[in-house]
Design a protein around this ligand. Sequence first.
Ligand code: PLP
Length: 421
Amino acid sequence: TSPLADLDPEIAAVLEGELTRQRETLEMIASENFVPRAVLQAQGSVLTNKYAEGYPGKRYYGGCEEVDVAENLAIERVKALFGAGYANVQPHSGATANAAVLHALATPGDTILGLSLAHGGHLTHGMKINFSGRLYDVAAYEVDAQTHRIDYDALRAQALEVRPRVIIAGWSAYPRHLDFEAFRSIADESGALLWTDMAHFAGLVAAGLHPSPVPHSDVVSSTVHKTLGGPRSGLILAKDEEPWGKKLNSAVFPGQQGGPLMHVIAAKAVAFKVAATQAFRDRQARTLEGAQIIADRLAQPDVAGAGVSVLTGGTDVHLVLVDLRHSPLDGQQAEDLLHAAGITVNRNAVPFDPRPPRVTSGLRIGTPALASRGFGAQEFTEVADIIATALVNGSGTDVEALHARVDALTEAFPLYPGLQQ
Ligand code: PLP
C-alpha cells in the first residue's frame, strides 16, 4: 500500500495501469520520451507546494530561497547546453512558451509566417482556432509538392510579398534539418524577426547532432519533454539578453502565466544536467540511427509494393513520416494495426493529404522513447521489420506473431526496473 493507494485507489490504479502499458508496449510517438527516475522524483516533490511569482531574487512571495536555487540552476544549465545568453524556464508547456514569444515579438494584428499545420507545422504557429490564428494575421508556407521539403526560394518570395513581423521556423512533423542560415537571410531581407520552435529536435541540437538555431534566431522556444527527455514543459532562449530578454520575461510572467511550477522547474534542471552528459549524446545518436534504420526498411521493395513509402525518402531526425496515400490502409487503420501488435504511433496528415484529418494518410513514427529504453541498431532493425511486416500485410497481418516479437523486445529492455507507482 501507499498514501495514494490508501486515499484514492481509483487513481492509483490508473498510475499502475499506465506504468504497465508503458512497460509492455513499444512507445513510438515521436513527441514522447521516458524521463529518468530522478526527474520523476523532482517533479513529484514538495516543491509543488510553493508559490514563486516573479523571477529568482525578485519574487512576489516570501520563502523562495530554496526554489530560487533550483530555477537559477535550470537557467544556467540550459544556457550552457545550448550556448544561449538568455533563458526563461518558466513556461508550463510548449504552447505557453510560444504564446509568450508572440506576445513579446508581435502585436495582435501583425502578420506571422509559419509552416502550415497540414504540412507539419504546429497549432501555435498560426492555426485558425488557436490563439495564434485568432490574434495574428496568418500567412502559411508549405512544403514543395514533389520533394516534400521546404523550398527556400518560394519562402523568400512569399516573405517579400507578405512582409511578416515574425517568420517561424520549426515543426511537429518534418523529417529533415532546417536551413537556419536561409531562414535568417529571408528574415533579414523581408524585415522580419526569426523565431525558431525547436520543440521536436532540441535533444538532437543539445547532442550536437542537428544544426543549432540559437545563433541564427532572434528567439528560440522549445518543449522539454520530447527528444530533450525532461518533464512536460517549455522554455525560451535567445543568444543574448538583449534585445528581447526583458520583454520575453514579462510576456511569460505576468503576460501569460501566474505562478511558475517550481517542481517542474527543478525537474527541468535535472534533465538539463543529464542532457550535458556523454550518455545523453549516445542516446541521441541511437535515436537518430534508429529512425534511419526504420526509414531504410520502409523504403524496401516489399513495402513499396504495398503502396507505402517514406516522405522525403528518409530522415535526418528522430522520426519517420510514412506516406499511405497509395496504400489501401489509411492512417487510422495503420495506427490501429500497430496498436494491436503492441506498438504505439500516431496517425498524421501528410502534405496534400486526400483523406480527412481525422483519418489521414500518414503515420509519424519516432524513436526517442525506445532509445531511452536502451534500444540500439539491433533492436531498431527488429522494430523496423515488425512495422514493415504489418504495413505490407495490412488486414492480413498475423498480429499475434508480431505481438510476440514486441514482447521479446520489451522483456529484454525492462522500463523503470523496481519502480512501483
Ligand atoms: N511546438 C511544437 C513544434 C510542438 O510539436 C509542440 C507539441 O506537440 C508544441 C510546440 C506544444 O507543446 P505542448 O504540447 O507542451 O504545449
